[in-house]
Design a binder for this molecule. Structure first.
Ligand code: NDP
Length: 329
């Protein structure tokens, strides 16, 4: 009999998630039926979307939502062999039974030497978000100036590197001096620590006195208030996230943006990566190729131990991670 451990959300988060908002439960899994497989999670993902979506789609007591790279440890389904690795979307859980629906194999060209955890990061959902969000919404051209915030994170670090591949000048912001150092190492032209600059406006102007053609928005709030007026005419803004506001029960009121959008003739568009579900693999394959060619570098912030999953999630939301935040079971 296999015992599965899961983390549940005891009560809806009020402000930033706290350790006492989570509870570890254990459940004995039943024997497999014909057509079923048993998987064990090897790597789990902690992502910012879990904070706003906990309120939208979860009830108190539910297992936390999320995805994992999992290995098949028992199979009664001839299409799924024991030992195979799949990306699942089965929540914060160590073991689960599946009929195979909704499980995605790692790309067939995945080399054994590459960490499988990248299927949750640079070559997974965050990477694909960066790929399509940047290329299809910001539509960067050679020579454009691209701005990205939360730049040292899973999505932002890929956005900046793809923009460099496309011949752009790239400016990034992040929340520590170590992260700024990392951004320089992976090829950002300019980077600043938004927590220590005396003025966001001045830092943005200094990094690109001529303004910005593209703005890949991960943060929202005060950062956006400072960045929008510095867009060039006909600039493009991809609204990917608003992490500075995820803990707010009521969004803070900000400056009205319509005059800026109007007189600069800007285009601003929100998106969810699910928009590109039909060509998700195309993005993954390109990202894998770039990683293997060394054109896109990756960094992972790995928290060891399933028991530390809430801490890894809380830490990611407060900026502990450089690159993708991963839990290794
Ligand atoms: P990251 O790896 O970037 O981790 C989150 C980071 O957010 C932290 O490390 C921290 O970095 C930063 N952060 C936290 N609080 C604040 C704050 N108040 N102000 C500024 N920065 C803050 O996460 P992801 O790369 O996975 O996600 C980045 C963004 O992309 C999020 O907004 C997320 O919701 C969004 N997203 C959207 C998707 C879509 O389909 N639209 C899909 C995937 C992600 P720092 O030290 O720099 O503060």
């Amino acid at each position: 009999m296999v015992v599965s451990k899961s983390w549940t959300m005891v009560k809806h988060f009020a402000g930033a998630p706290k350790p006492e908002d989570f509870k570890l439960i254990e459940k004995e899994l039943p024997p497999l039926q014909e057509g079923e497989i048993l998987l064990e999670s090897v790597f789990l993902s902690v992502d910012p979307y879990m904070r706003p979506y906990s309120r939208r789609i979860m009830k108190e007591g539910d297992v936390m939502i999320g995805s994992q790279v999992a290995r098949i440890i028992e199979s009664k389904n001839s299409a799924f062999a024991v030992g195979g690795y799949y990306v699942g979307n089965c929540g914060w859980t160590t073991h689960f039974i599946s009929n195979g629906k909704g499980l995605h194999p790692l790309l067939s060209e995945w080399p054994g030497s590459l960490p499988r955890s990248l299927a949750l990061g640079t070559v997974g959902m965050p990477g694909v978000t960066a790929y399509f969000g940047l290329l299809e919404i910001c539509n960067p051209k050679e020579g454009d100036v691209v701005l990205v915030n939360s730049a040292a994170g899973a999505v932002g670090s890929v956005v900046g590197q793809i923009a460099k591949i496309k011949g752009c000048k790239v400016v990034g912001s992040a929340g520590s001096d170590d992260k700024i150092q990392y951004l320089k190492e992976i090829g950002f032209d300019e980077a600043f620590n938004y927590k220590t600059v005396s003025s966001l406006e001045e830092a943005l102007k200094k990094a690109s006195p001529e303004g910005y053609d593209c703005y890949f928005e991960n943060v929202g709030g005060k950062f956006a208030d400072a960045a929008l007026p510095q867009m060039k005419d006909f600039g493009r803004i991809a609204v990917c996230g608003a992490i500075s506001m995820y803990n707010d029960a009521v969004p803070p009121s900000g400056p009205y943006i319509q005059p800026t959008l109007l007189f600069k003739q800007l285009r601003m568009e929100g998106f969810l990566v699910t928009r590109w579900s039909d060509k998700y693999q195309e993005g993954q394959k390109q990202l894998l190729k770039w990683v293997l060619e060394g054109k896109v570098k990756y960094h992972e912030h790995i928290t060891k131990g399933f028991e530390n999953m809430p801490a890894g999630f809380i830490g990611m939301l407060s900026g502990e991670n450089t690159g993708k935040a991963i839990i290794q079971v």
